[in-house]
Design a protein around this ligand. Structure first.
Ligand SMILES: [Zn+2]
Ligand SMILES: [Zn+2]
Ligand SMILES: [Zn+2]
Length: 466
């Protein structure tokens, strides 16, 4: 697939070429039109009264000017025929590697249980592996953001929170640049720096076609992703509507005057996503995992973008602290559970194929809640999970306590005490076998299986890890 040019790909994809139509056709939600309930993505200021610039306070005026300058800096292309943001592929709608699905022995990184099943290529474009890719990646991103918040909380005077932002460039946003996406990302970096926040951006090339507007965004993507559909099944339901989601950590995001003025002068929409009944954007770690999983699930993929032929999954970290932020090992099971649950809940994606299913004599994981970064600042004696869950918005069906205790729909998994560890290829088993700290209960079986695998092909001993 990566042999096709961008034009051929668009033709193949049969997605409306933005160059052939008036760009305004793509911004179909006009001013004054009602938004369907729950459609959080598309946003326009409710009343775009002229913002009285003189009445703005100095900070707001400076901030809006800095943002407007960042947006106006790149050179606009003279016509809409080129320089628009890329029409990308989506995770799970490309090709698997040829050996994806071939039987191979896997082992559980937690308990050492071995089992043979189809190997995974773990690529975002693979229809079979995309959900596992999304989960692993969402776990890393969520973990880093939780760590970032702790780090900034410690370093800054103000209380740091998660915010979910949506940036939508003007409908005629076209740049005289060989890589308009890269240049636009630079604008986004400058906007985040103006706000004094760090975070992760995701590029969404599509949204649901207008006929799908009765569904909210999550509902829409739930129907599209991970259901084994072909591109031909979904292309007509998508509309090219490039926008960015940015999940950031910061104290406060300055609101309406700034965003209204930016919209008036640039047609860029900067929107902070929050629930109708609350001004809080992302109340807790579970909501964070949920937002990250959602954004990643239909982030753009540029096939064969890199010189070595690798795909580019269009998301990236912005900020020096975030780049160095790492989730501590002891929080790893906590983040894993958050993301697992969030992915299943928000998009109906089941990831269990690649989890260890063996039953073990283990209780639920005991997690020291006091030490978790998301809960550390919650004051009194009763600072347990209920306290954390009560900050969640009303429509959030599953609280953090459910995630950790597995107390509702998914409770069978916990009653059966399934291991749920991550299954990895036997070729990498030396990583745990050589680790003196690792004490998986099926270590002996794993060692046998690994030896057997090495013997199968005498060359393997030298190439181990391959
Ligand atoms: Zn296991
Ligand atoms: Zn695959
Ligand atoms: Zn989106």
């Amino acid at each position: 697939m990566s042999d096709y040019s961008a034009e051929e790909r668009r033709a193949l994809r049969n997605v409306t070429d933005p160059a052939t139509e008036s760009p305004n056709l793509h911004r179909t939600t006009g001013l004054g039109q009602q938004q369907p309930a729950g459609a959080s993505e598309e946003w326009l200021p409710e009343d775009v009264d002229d913002v009285d610039v003189d009445a703005m306070d100095d900070d707001d005026r400076e901030l809006s000017e800095e943002i407007i300058e960042a947006i106006e800096r790149p050179k606009q292309a003279p016509s809409f025929s080129k320089g628009y943001l890329p029409v990308c592929d989506l995770p799970g709608f490309g090709d698997a590697y040829p050996d994806c699905g071939d039987d191979m022995v896997h082992f559980c990184e937690d308990c050492g249980h071995t089992s043979a099943f189809g190997r995974t290529c773990r690529r975002s474009e693979c229809p079979r592996c995309a959900p596992a890719w999304a989960r692993n990646t969402a776990k890393t991103i969520t973990g880093k953001l939780i760590a970032l918040r702790s780090m900034l909380d410690a370093r800054r005077e103000t209380h740091q929170r998660f915010h979910h932002l949506m940036f939508s460039p003007s409908a005629d946003w076209t740049l005289e640049n060989s890589d308009p996406l890269k240049r636009t990302v630079k604008v986004i970096k400058q906007i985040l720096s103006a706000y004094g926040v760090e975070g992760v951006w995701f590029y969404h090339p599509y949204r649901g076609d207008d006929s799908e507007r009765e569904l909210d965004d999550r509902g829409f993507w739930k129907q599209i992703l991970g259901k084994g559909l072909d591109w031909d099944d979904v292309k007509d339901r998508l509309e090219y509507a490039p926008h960015f989601h940015v999940i950031v950590v910061g104290h406060h995001i300055e609101g309406s005057d700034v965003t209204k003025r930016v919209y008036e002068e640039t047609d860029w929409i900067l929107h902070r996503i929050h629930r109708d009944n609350s001004s809080i954007s992302i109340p807790d770690d579970y909501a964070l995992a949920r937002a990250v999983s959602y954004c990643l699930s239909h982030t753009g993929v540029r096939m064969g973008y890199h010189d070595n032929g690798r795909n580019s999954n269009e998301y990236q970290y912005i900020g020096d602290t975030l780049r160095e932020a790492q989730i501590l090992d002891k929080y790893d099971p906590y983040v894993t559970k958050l993301v697992r649950r969030a992915s299943v809940d928000t998009l109906g994606l089941s990831y269990n194929d690649f989890d260890c299913r063996v039953e073990r004599e283990v209780g639920p994981r005991v997690i020291d809640m006091d030490s978790l970064p998301g809960f550390a600042s919650k004051g009194d004696d009763d600072r347990d999970l209920d306290a954390a869950a009560s900050t969640s918005t009303a429509d959030q069906e599953v609280g953090v306590d459910d995630v950790l205790e597995g107390s509702d729909q998914d409770d069978t998994a916990f009653e059966l005490r399934e291991c749920t560890g991550t299954m990895s290829r036997i070729s990498t088993a030396h990583r745990v076998l050589d680790d003196p700290e690792w004490d998986g209960e099926f270590a002996d079986d794993l060692r046998d299986a690994y030896e057997e695998w090495l013997l199968d092909d005498p060359g393997r001993e030298d190439r181990r890890g391959g």
